[in-house]
Design a protein around this ligand. Structure first.
Ligand SMILES: [Fe+2]
Length: 353
């Protein structure tokens, strides 16, 4: 540190220094966002600023930035009931879901995925290779009788070619929930699916089994589908209610940055009833803003198969390659053709969009 800077630090009050530092980070972030608009790529420095600004401002800066950019893709106006995987959903029900998401960060839906699609997705997961830590290089088939890792992650490319997943990506009820929450036309960011296993009986950082918040984008919403029954034994998803909102995380914990945090470290800051555990039957669908503190749980026995979608307001952030569809249903191709913003992260290999 230069002599000049250390002198300034001694003379100026901390509050002014903090404002100066925050302003400097915001400028770098804004410049990084402008570059992203031209190139479609996020520089590592700009992405790091997204995370550090979030921690520094306890979420207020990133929320303010989302309010600024969301007008670029105004939401479609939906004025009648929509039919989809959540059944027939009225405008009033959509409003109630959105109110719940805003307040609590998560909503569990009554309607479940039907048996047929669950069976097909389960079979797909048993027959498709997935990658395991620490290298995540080659794909191996998950052997239920003898797991080789605590997590098996499927490739996005294999998921996007699955016609059942394509049908869920097109689901109007889920899209409208994302649209309302993000207050803009959402972009479908990616599908993810993974097995969590009881290979290691203690909490794994690799398998996100310690509390953390996600920060791949400026604002997003995730939808989770439990493909098998999930109980206390096989790794239920946990979250701390309301902690998706700006200003709700302890600054002394945020100073650790983008880190994994133990239950003990977070317990003093929240009421016991705010620690939620999502045990539910196969087919259960829930939406959540994973900016909140959340985690999986170490499995004592069995396994858990989860499918997850991410909807985002912008692709600024983590540089994930565009999805390239090799196998498409005609309906999915037409849908993407007619929903250019939503499908802006999807490319078709054999057909032209
Ligand atoms: Fe996460």
């Amino acid at each position: 540190m230069s002599f000049f800077f250390s002198m300034i630090q001694k003379i100026l009050p901390q509050s002014i220094l903090r404002k100066f530092h925050k302003r400097k980070m915001e400028d770098i972030f804004q410049q990084g966002y402008n570059d992203f608009e031209l190139s479609g790529k996020t520089s590592d420095e700009a992405y790091q600023r997204l995370i550090s600004l979030y921690c520094y401002s306890n979420g207020y800066s990133t929320e303010a930035f989302h309010q600024k950019i969301r007008h670029k893709n105004p939401p479609k106006i939906i004025s009648s009931n929509l039919q989809g995987v959540l059944g027939e959903v009225s405008i009033g029900s959509f409003n109630a879901i959105n109110k719940n998401l805003d307040k609590n960060g998560y909503v569990e839906f009554d309607k479940k995925l039907n048996r047929d699609i669950l069976e097909r997705l389960y079979d797909f997961a048993l027959q498709t290779g997935a990658k395991i830590p620490p290298e995540y290089d080659s794909k191996i088939i998950y052997d239920v009788a003898s797991p080789r890792a605590e997590i098996y992650r499927f490739d996005i490319q294999d998921l996007i070619d699955n016609v059942d997943i394509q049908s869920l990506i097109m689901d109007p009820t889920l899209i409208n929930i994302a649209r309302n929450y993000l207050k803009c036309e959402p972009i479908f960011d990616f599908p993810a699916m993974w097995w969590s296993t009881s290979f290691s009986k203690k909490a794994s950082s690799e398998a996100a089994q310690l509390y953390h918040f996600d920060m791949d984008r400026i604002k997003w919403l995730k939808v989770f589908f439990y493909i098998n029954d999930v109980n206390e034994e096989n790794g239920p998803h946990c979250y701390i209610e309301g902690t998706h909102k700006a200003g709700t995380k302890p600054m002394e914990i945020l100073q650790r940055g983008y880190a994994r945090i133990s239950d003990e470290d977070l317990r003093p800051y929240y009421k016991p009833e705010d620690f939620k555990v999502l045990c539910a039957k196969a087919g259960t669908i829930f939406a959540g803003d994973t900016k909140c503190w959340h985690k999986g749980t170490a499995l004592k026995t069995g396994h858990r198969l989860v499918l997850e979608f991410e909807y985002t307001s912008s692709l600024f952030g983590a540089n994930i390659p565009k999805m390239q569809v090799k196998n498409t249903s005609p309906a999915f191709f037409d849908f993407c053709l007619n929903n250019k913003v939503y499908a802006s992260n999807i490319e078709f290999i054999n057909n032209k969009l």
